[in-house]
Write a protein that binds this ligand. Structure first.
Ligand code: FES
Ligand SMILES: [Fe+2]
Length: 343
């Protein structure tokens, strides 16, 4: 399905905090090249990665203190994007600048604002109350690179129905194939959810809950527009008859996905997890990473195959099913946000 561009007035994840140091790192986000580095005060700077003279990426230049000197003719820019030196002349033309992007760092994640800098508001950064709570263990996983459009990737993350078929050994099993998905599209966050009551535990919870008898299992897929997905899933022994709002009493996991659209056919999905079990157990974190890697590579294979297919001439529109309410609303919301950003 073709897309109409990107929501620009939004925070996107540029990387985990550990990805940035004092070297010049080039990243491409929403088709914009950006050079990022830590300045002497430890903050991350983000500048347009293109010299306004002959377009050499500034990331190919070198740092002089907190400034960057272009690697071709030595024009030098400070971390606010202002040109501070043009070799061979005294005056600095007014067009000699590069765009500087607002950056925020929170929960060991570096966020960048790709739209109108006056609208960048740190209060709108993604948050989850379980971060920093010592009953919970947060662990950063990988950056999954997908040759796929971000809308298809996001759609997959508000779609609990696929797990029975795509992830039969880890996140789903046949017991959930016909369980209907509920969707709530009010408010800023879309949510699709379902409970599978009194069914055998999926592979993940056999391993981490130690469950052997039947469990009640939930899946809540929260999609924060435009590009952050929170998947709240867990299990509890069926004999507990767990209420929806008592999910903390079961083994509860949040899988977070931060999508960074690179271009129309390339998306980076940085994923991490938080859990209320095996807190402080690094071996468990590594084992969870392994299970998630299996599952997310299954998604990658599907999404990349779809992207290739979409490039072929199509004579009919994809059909919509009952399970597609979340994805359909997501696409409509994105389209209207893009429209709003244009105005
Ligand atoms: S290309 Fe950068 S100074 Fe010439
Ligand atoms: Fe999946």
């Amino acid at each position: 399905m073709s897309n109409g561009g990107y929501v620009r007035n939004a925070w996107y994840v540029a990387g985990w905090s550990s990805e940035f140091d004092d070297s010049l790192k080039r990243v491409v986000i929403l088709e914009q090249p950006v050079v990022m580095y830590r300045t002497s005060n430890g903050l991350v700077a983000a500048l347009e990665d293109q010299c306004p003279h002959r377009l050499l990426p500034l990331s190919k230049g070198k740092r002089l203190g907190d400034d960057i000197q272009c690697g071709y003719h030595g024009m030098t820019f400070n971390c606010e994007g202002h040109c501070v030196r043009v070799p061979g002349q005294d005056n600095i033309p007014s067009s000699a600048y590069v765009v500087a992007y607002p950056v925020q760092e929170k929960h060991d994640i570096v966020f960048i604002w790709m739209g109108d800098p006056d609208k960048a508001d740190a209060d709108t950064l993604f948050d989850l109350p379980q971060f920093g709570n010592d009953q919970w263990h947060a662990h950063q996983g990988d950056a999954l690179h997908l040759k796929a459009n971000y809308l298809n990737v996001a759609e997959n993350l508000v779609d609990p129905a696929h797990v029975s078929f795509v992830h039969p050994t880890t996140l789903g099993n046949a017991a959930s194939e016909n369980v209907p998905v509920h969707v709530d599209t009010e408010g800023d966050v879309l949510v699709a959810w379902r409970w599978i009551r009194d069914a055998p535990p999926i592979g993940f919870f056999q391993k981490f809950g130690g469950f052997s008898g039947n469990v009640d299992r939930w899946h809540y897929y929260y999609l924060h527009l435009p590009c952050t997905a929170v998947i709240d899933f867990g299990s509890a022994d069926t004999s507990m008859a767990l209420e929806e709002e008592a999910r903390d009493d079961g083994v509860r996991i949040f899988a977070l996905h931060f999508l960074t659209p690179v271009n129309e056919h390339y998306t980076i999905d940085r994923w991490m997890h938080l859990r209320n079990a095996a807190v402080g157990d690094h071996e468990a974190s590594a084992q969870m990473d392994d299970l998630f890697r299996v599952a997310f590579n299954e998604d990658k294979e599907i999404l990349e195959a779809i992207d290739e297919q979409e490039l072929l001439p199509q004579s009919r529109k994809p059909i919509r099913l009952a399970i597609d309410k979340g994805p359909s609303v997501y696409r409509r919301r994105i389209a209207s946000l893009i429209e709003e950003n244009r105005e």
